[in-house]
Ligand binder design. Structure first.
Ligand code: PLP
Length: 409
């Protein structure tokens, strides 16, 4: 029986930061690893070390299947999505090269590129996106290509506006021009179908801990077969293989996986990926689309509420940056948490150029220069339509208080 006196349970709506909850089998696999396996793959000949290697190999196979890769050994385990992005940006670009990214990219792309450009090692172009939809025109990317361009980087889905880019068309343009194509799939992997072969992707950087439902501390980088020869290693070390060699092995995946694996995390990730495969990305996408429809229909009726990004569901994922008249983003998130037990993320979301594009780098409340950015709600596979309604009802209640506001936390 519902007791209206009881507070509503905590509702996590920050899946763009990391997904929560995870399927129970993710945690079970990690507990089993810790209790029954424990060993480090490639670091012993005994059964437990071999089992660790099997767990890691099985995870690679599942990921290869999910993204329709050519060879499971071309999926490298990383720490997170940023790690994979850095491996490509620092490993591929040479002095004198030119790189292209977009105005909606995350700091995990912007900062490594800025680092290389700051002392003139590379030059770069930042291609604009539409100020309403956040979508890039692939022809603008084509026009930005020069004889020096070695890399195009695109965030498949924006963590600010949810805008979903046409990566297949951009991949085609990159292939035609002979330029490597790196896709930042932080907000799309597990949410939207991705086929590395069909989409013309050379490198795919993926967090294990968001849409693939693995634990924090996991990530994956796809390296197209053949292109690994052009990618310098940014780390070298023990691989448990060819230990007599003075240099990093040439073969995959050892070339890019020095040091002991996060095997316990990979054991969990493997089950997250198995769950996604069983559900199918198409079905997860259909569920997310229904949540988007419910949110946008209801939000349209709230006076004083605006959100960023495309209105067409086909052009977006379930990431909504909102502003409510009179409310600072941080105060709005605090109110949602403290009064409604709803967890969101305020601020610039590590994507300052995206907020600049949308104009949300400017204060939300006049005279409050710290009140920049938006309050972000981001959906995950376990969120339900009634929970979306709960978010909308809370936003509606808060928006109705607009007069008394402009308070900060
Ligand atoms: C678009 C985008 N790229 C990259 C990242 C970095 O991901 P990670 O935290 O796994 O390094 C994020 C994280 O939110 C993101 O949203």
């Amino acid at each position: 029986m519902m007791n209206s006196e009881l507070p509503e349970p905590r509702l996590y709506v920050d899946n763009a930061a990391t997904s929560f909850p995870k399927p129970p089998r993710v945690l079970q696999a990690m507990v089993n690893y810790a209790q029954a396996i424990g060993a480090s793959a490639g670091r012993g000949a005994y059964a437990e070390a071999r089992e660790s290697g099997r767990v890691i190999g099985a995870c690679r196979e599942r990921i290869n299947k999910l993204f329709h890769g050519e060879d499971a050994n071309h999926f490298i385990f990383t720490l997170n999505c940023s790690d994979g992005l850095n491996m490509v940006i620092h490993g591929l670009l040479r002095p004198g090269d030119h790189a292209i990214s977009t105005a909606i990219d995350h700091n995990s792309v912007l900062r490594p590129l800025n680092e290389l450009a700051s002392d003139g090692r590379i030059t770069r172009s930042i291609v604009k996106v539409d100020a309403e939809t956040g979508l890039v025109d692939p022809q603008d990317i084509r026009r930005a290509i020069t004889a020096q361009t070695r890399l195009i980087v695109v965030a498949h889905a924006s963590n600010v506006s949810g805008s979903l880019q046409d990566i297949r068309e951009i991949g085609r343009i990159a292939r035609e021009a002979g330029v490597a194509f790196l896709v930042d799939a932080a907000q799309s992997a597990g949410h939207v179908p991705i086929d590395v072969q069909r989409d013309g992707i050379d490198f795919l950087a993926v967090p294990g801990h968001k849409g693939l439902l693995g634990p924090l501390g996991t990530g994956v980088l796809y390296i197209r077969p053949g292109i690994e020869k052009k990618l310098r290693t940014v780390r070298q070390g023990g691989t448990g293989s060819v230990s007599e060699s003075d240099f990093q092995p040439e073969f995959m995946p050892d070339r890019f996986e020095p040091g002991s694996h996060n095997a316990i995390g990979i054991a969990g990730l493997s089950e997250g990926v198995a769950w996604v495969l069983e559900q199918t990305v198409a079905k997860l996408r259909a569920h997310e689309e229904s949540l988007c429809a419910a949110f946008m229909d209801a939000a349209a009726g709230i006076e004083g509420l605006t959100f960023l990004g495309p209105r067409q569901i086909a052009q977006r994922v379930g990431v909504y940056s909102v502003r409510v008249n009179g409310w600072e983003p941080l105060a709005l998130a605090a109110e949602l948490e403290h009064e409604f037990n709803i967890l969101t993320r305020p601020g610039l979301h590590c994507a300052p150029l995206a907020h600049r594009t949308f104009g949300t780098h400017l204060p939300a409340v006049a005279g409050k220069p710290t009140s920049v950015g938006t309050t972000r709600l981001s959906f995950g596979p376990f969120l339900t339509r009634p929970e979306i309604n709960r978010c909308v009802a809370a936003l509606e209640t808060i928006a109705a208080r607009a007069g008394k506001l402009a308070h900060s936390v």
